[in-house]
Design a protein around this ligand. Sequence first.
Ligand code: A2P
Length: 286
Amino acid sequence: MTELSPVTEATATKAPAPKKLAVPDTQTVTSVQHWTDRLFSFRVTRPASLRFRSGEFVMIGLMQTDEKTGKEKPLLRAYSIASPSWDEELEFYSIKVQDGPLTSRLQHIQPGDEIILRPKPVGTLVHDALLPGKRLWLFATGTGIAPFASLLRDPQTYEDYEEVILTHTCREVGELQYGKELIDQIRTDELLAELMGEGFHEKLRYYPTTTREESPKMGRITDLMRCGECFEDLGVPELSPETDRAMVCGNLAFNLEIKEMLEGYGLEEGANSDPKQYVVEKAFLD
Ligand code: A2P
């Protein structure tokens, strides 16, 4: 798919553009945080014209030299926007793959650096793709928490549901830290609380689990649901198509497994054009 980018003011001028302005759609990195040797998050400036729905993703990346032609060309990957739609900057949460074409380089970005960001948000993890319901489940593994970091800071999430449950399964405890700090921020930030509306604190539930390092709750979320432990812990019944809605974002094997389970509970997959009871998106991997 080729994308035509809007001509920016800088590239529209007649004077020869300096090299860094030859690339359309650049944004400036404002902060970078490394969470583990496999995970980092970063914030960039937001194009003034960019509107998106919480949960959507955009293509971001860096320039790279084409080995055959020697020409510079963009190397782009899909990244969920982790920040809410009202935020003046954009936040992303990424894995670091040491030999990954993009993340092996992206992990070294510093404030002031430029990245490419195509301002065309899309995605299915949006409220519009779900029918009204009582309880919203957000099922994430690894960096799949990113779109939910956006949705959990969106007031609409709490307006639309009586209960919002985030489950996050990671291999190790350190990989839960981004999510833990996100939930802490949502629970303690007074400005955020004001924005979210009354009673949202009681609606938000958080269920982190690890699979390869000891933590208070161990096991894959799929196994914990199958044996009923997850529902017992949370004090809620198994999912039902009448009351429950779900959004899923994780690795491919997880997505497929939980999709089958959700279908087993009687939920059907929705889309922007055909809202139903659950939606799925694959977390970005380099
Ligand atoms: P596990 O350690 O048992 O493989 P990854 O870092 O590989 O993307 O995995 C993130 C988390 O998702 C890990 O805790 C992993 O558990 C879990 N996971 C992987 N596949 C599945 C699956 N099919 N169902 C549930 N959880 C899964």
